[in-house]
Ligand binder design. Structure first.
Ligand SMILES: *Cc1c(COP(=O)(O)O)cnc(C)c1O
Length: 350
């Protein structure tokens, strides 16, 4: 078996992989791949998946959960279009490549964008402090975990304006207070399920309230909400497997339990990086991500030796993103502490 430290699509629990494989061959006498999305059997899966998201994250009443297509990349545009208010002006915290893309899409939607804070000056290696939030913005958008750079918000930004968050790479990894958000979106493939579905958790009072009058039907969250996430053919298999994974999560103590394990895994790896003179972390310590650990060699001449060591240990997906260099070890929910120990031993052996 290989140890998957890749940044996404993510590793899922073995039990989920097994159930997912079985359903390809037999889902109530059909394959899950051929079943009608309008069949009672699949409608039940969709309803269960939406309910399990609410259970796992303690979503309060007054919120709607949707599974759409298009990935978080379409979420950049969908969130901007749906949250546009009377000023058509939005605040964005720019903490990396994904935030930068979100800003671009908000501008494409015709919004006036204010960069409320940015860490671009030091290649996004830290979470910027917010000194002032304009009062005339329709919403404030941020990326809770920066998958590429390895930084993560440790607390939710304090603000009175509606808060929008791209939680693609740390949703379900820790407890969050959903009531603080107007809209949360996340591509499934980082911590929830296979690629294909995109999760939206939207506060009902914002549905159908956009100030834009030209939102295409598919991009209008209210259209999807009215159809119970069945406006068109949903990403059936991705929703099905995401639901298996949510059931697995809930059965094993939920987000609260996995948060403890994630903290343990991160402590194990960061402690080794900090105490081993061959390595250094790539980000500011207090802003380190528990999901994506970015680090570098202190002596580049050891690169060949180190690369051989982790490859020989059956570790995959560790090459850093080209914009950061070095290495990135992603440790999503289903990656076990035993896998992290394999990596730590490799670091020790250099
Ligand atoms: C991966 C990722 C995205 C892009 O997701 P797609 O589903 O591939 O569009 C956006 N934001 C964050 C934080 C990500 O990690």
């Amino acid at each position: 078996m290989k140890h998957n430290f890749g940044a996404g699509p993510c590793i899922l629990p073995q039990e989920v992989f097994k159930q997912a494989a079985e359903a390809v061959l037999d889902f109530n006498g059909l394959s899950i791949l051929e079943v009608s999305h309008r069949s009672a059997d699949f409608v039940e899966v969709m309803e269960e998946a939406r309910e399990n998201v609410k259970k796992a994250l303690n979503v309060p009443s007054g919120y709607t959960v949707l599974f759409l297509q298009g990935g978080a990349s379409l979420g950049f545009l969908i969130s901007a279009m749906n949250m546009a208010g009377k000023n058509k002006k939005a605040g964005y915290i720019n903490t990396g490549a994904w935030s930068t893309k979100a800003i671009k899409e908000a501008k494409n939607a015709g919004l006036d964008v204010v960069e409320v804070a940015s860490s671009e000056d030091v290649n996004f290696s830290y979470i910027p402090r917010i000194t002032e939030i304009p009062t005339d913005i329709d919403f404030l958008h941020y990326t809770s975990n920066n998958t590429i750079f390895g930084t993560q918000f440790k607390s939710i930004p304090e603000t009175n304006v509606p808060l929008v968050c791209d939680m693609s790479s740390d949703i379900f990894s820790k407890e969050i207070d959903v009531s603080k958000f107007a809209l949360i979106y996340a591509g499934a493939q980082k911590n929830l399920g296979p690629a294909g579905a995109t999760l939206y958790i939207v506060k009902d009072e914002f549905l159908g309230k956009s100030s834009l009058d030209n939102i295409p039907s598919y991009l209008d969250l209210n259209v999807h909400a009215k159809k119970d996430s069945m406006f068109n053919t949903p990403p059936v298999y991705s929703v099905f497997v995401s639901n298996l994974n949510l059931k697995h999560l809930l059965k094993n103590g939920g987000v609260k339990a996995i948060e403890k394990v994630n903290e343990e895994k991160a402590a194990l790896l960061y402690n080794e990086i900090d105490s081993n003179p061959n390595f250094e972390g790539a980000t500011k310590k207090e802003d380190r991500s528990l999901m994506n650990v970015t680090f570098k060699l202190t002596d580049e001449t050891k690169k060949e030796k180190f690369d051989k060591l982790w490859n020989d240990a059956n570790i995959v997906g560790m090459k850093g993103h080209r914009s950061v260099g070095g290495y990135r070890a992603s440790m999503y929910n289903a990656l076990g502490i035993e896998n992290v120990k394999v990596l730590v031993n490799v670091l020790k052996s250099l």
